[in-house]
Write a protein that binds this ligand. Structure first.
Ligand SMILES: CC(C)(COP(=O)(O)OP(=O)(O)OC[C@H]1O[C@@H](n2cnc3c(N)ncnc32)[C@H](O)[C@@H]1OP(=O)(O)O)[C@@H](O)C(=O)NCCC(=O)NCCS
Length: 189
């Protein structure tokens, strides 16, 4: 797939997901909080404009989506790094947490990825004390795949994490369970 960033946009009931650009860097820097950093392995704290610019400069357009509320602008991001692990990560600014936005955005990002890329499994991990993240993973279909210690850069320590996986088969089963019987079949790769 060779889409220009400007061509990509995913609309959900309440949200718009689109690739972030360098113009979003000041907003990203403002929205990242210590809570997000502590719970999200690669995000440093304190978080500067340069950190946001550095992150944005490395991103692949259809692997990182900004999460936008039409009347409020950017509120978070969801990233699926298509590599060996196909790891997903996401965050919602503290002010906007608790409204189901992560569930809605992560669901849309997973649907986009399974529909667009030949991935068989998407994986993730959450710090054991991060109940909110674990709840989101389970709500969107992930299953627990064990627990282990993982090096967490922000803590400079090994911390216990819960591993999650979502297979294409399970994603497809959930799609079919939610589909009216006269809808078109979904791609299975
Ligand atoms: C975790 C996070 C993404 C949740 O975002 P959100 O938009 O509030 O999540 P949702 O509203 O979709 O919540 C989904 C479910 O999780 C539950 N939940 C969310 N945060 C919770 C918390 N702190 N404690 C307990 N449950 C929580 C919600 O109640 C909801 O369940 P319900 O529908 O049964 O009520 C957000 O708080 C965040 O960005 N945290 C910091 C970064 C982070 O942890 N990212 C994930 C890294 S693995």
């Amino acid at each position: 797939m060779n889409l220009e960033a400007k061509d990509l946009a995913i609309t959900t009931d309440r949200l718009i997901l689109r690739p972030l650009t360098m113009a979003d860097a000041p907003t990203v820097a403002r929205l990242i909080t210590e809570k997000i950093s502590i719970n999200t392995a690669p995000i440093p704290w304190p978080y500067s404009l340069q950190d946001a610019q550095s992150w944005l400069s490395t991103m692949k357009p259809d692997q990182v989506f900004g999460i936008f509320l039409p009347d409020q602008g950017l509120i978070g991001a969801v990233e699926i790094a298509l590599n060996d692990g196909n790891e997903i990560g996401f965050w919602i600014n503290d002010e906007f947490a608790g409204h189901g936005y992560a569930t809605e955005a992560v669901t849309a990002a997973l649907d986009y990825n399974f529909s667009t890329h030949p991935v068989t499994t998407i994986s993730s991990s959450a710090w054991v004390d991060n109940i909110g993240s674990q709840q989101v993973h389970l709500k969107v279909g992930f299953e627990e795949a064990g627990r282990k210690h993982h090096f967490w850069p922000n803590r400079q320590a090994e911390v216990p994490v819960v591993r999650f996986i979502l297979t294409r088969e399970r994603w497809l089963q959930r799609q079919l369970a939610n589909c009216p019987s006269d809808s078109h079949p979904l791609p299975s790769r």
